[in-house]
Design a binder for this molecule. Sequence first.
Ligand code: HEM
Length: 220
Amino acid sequence: MPVLRKNWLRLAVHLGALVPLVVLVRDYFLHHLTFNPIQEATQRTGKTALILLILSLVCSPANRIFGFKQSVSARRPLGLYAFFYASIHVFIFFVLDYGLVYDDIIQAVTEKPYVIAGLSAFLLLAPLALTSTRGWMRRLGKRWKKLHQLVYLAAPVVILHFVWSVKADIRQPLLYGVAVALLLVLRLPRVRAALPKLRSRRALERSETVSRSAPPVADS
Ligand code: HEM
């Protein structure tokens, strides 16, 4: 089916991104969310949001380095799903964990650095999700791209939030931090400019290998 062949990645993104939610709801009803379900749900939704955010940052370099054009069409749904999970994460924290108690929320927001970082990341991501439509793209023109570069700030802030939220072992947040740092390095103008050259060199090497391994054509 040509439609499926053209859109398989987008379809995979939609299906794959909904799996953690389905598993979360299933585990809630089966009482599989550990002895502290709110904390477990907060951690799972936060982690999923971060992974989807990182995957959304992978799309452009995947196209530039490997010529994987379809990845560009997956960027928007990945970013939106990242924000979707971040919203559930924030909802669980404010509504289920803090019961919307104003004083407690204000105290958490002003006293806990990881909450300040999380809130900052959320506020940075919100305008990107809200203006992700084609209509907003048209309305904002060149400013749309500038606005959406906020993701390059939001991602490290999420890493900071992760590092500050864990009590002892920071190996995992650091690992995610390395992934984010690498993806941001690929956006530096010099590195960005070098990527298409790298791609054409790879293509040249590949064609040389193919022609070397091809059997010689017999002279007639
Ligand atoms: C108002 C904003 C936010 C609040 C109040 C908040 C709250 C929290 C809390 C309480 C935890 C720690 C759970 C625990 O270990 O006990 C946490 C962890 C985490 N949050 Fe957030 N968060 C916010 C925004 C975000 C955003 C925007 C993202 C990602 C896009 C995010 C990603 C994460 C990640 C990756 C973790 C670590 C999960 C783990 O330990 O496995 N958070 N957050």
